[in-house]
Design a protein around this ligand. Structure first.
Ligand SMILES: [Zn+2]
Length: 204
């Protein structure tokens, strides 16, 4: 069941790990095909993922094949239920996106590449991972048309029509946040430098 999809999921999981969007057992990804979803099993390291590390579940979360699904399966099912056009979901823990937000700056599509994939980043407040609350908050962000959803202090969800688009969208979002983060830091350093120079000039 969903054999080719599970092979592609495993390949893309390894790619996301190599891009630094997840470490260790973090993150998960899924594909919907008809009324079934193939999703990463719980506790699987993305870097080591193989096709058998993905479970097949139905829209009620019942396991039809494979290991126990990721604890975030409710979030995936909630988004699929809210958005019939979404065929794949990627959830990662991207450091620059989270750092930018922690600085109090809203991540935006900062690069041209990012603008190919999303027009804004919606924010879901900090909620316990794996719970119903996070699932329904993410689903309502997705139903407003958001493809890039930032989970406060936790990670990013990217929803798209197909798996490659969801993966590339998530990678583009993190790269864009990296550039935005560095530009914010450069600006801050420049301000500090200029104010120090001013103080020196005025003998302060
Ligand atoms: Zn997570």
């Amino acid at each position: 069941m969903l054999d080719e999809d599970r092979e592609e999921l495993a390949r893309e999981a390894r790619y996301l790990a190599l891009q630094g969007l997840v470490a260790g057992r973090e993150g998960n990804l899924s594909v919907r095909r008809g009324g079934l979803v193939a999703i990463k099993g719980t506790g699987v390291r993305m870097l080591d993922a193989g096709p058998r590390d993905f479970s097949v579940i139905d829209m009620e979360g019942r396991v039809l094949e494979g290991p126990r699904p990721s604890s975030e399966f409710r979030m995936h099912l909630g988004i699929y239920a809210a958005r019939p056009d979404v065929g794949a979901i990627v959830h990662v823990h991207p450091p620059y996106t989270l750092s930018l937000r922690a600085l109090g700056v809203a991540p935006e599509p900062f690069t041209e590449e990012a603008r190919l994939y999303y027009d804004r980043v919606c924010v879901v407040p900090r909620l316990p991972p794996g719970g119903e609350e996070l699932a329904s908050a993410s689903a309502s962000a997705a139903s407003s048309g958001c493809r890039a959803i930032l989970l406060e202090g936790h990670g990013l969800v990217f929803a798209a029509g197909g798996l490659k688009e969801a993966v590339d969208g998530a990678v583009a979002e993190e790269r864009s946040s990296q550039v935005q983060f560095m530009s914010v830091i450069s600006e801050l350093l420049q301000k500090i430098y200029l104010s120090c120079a001013d103080r020196r000039k005025s003998g302060g």
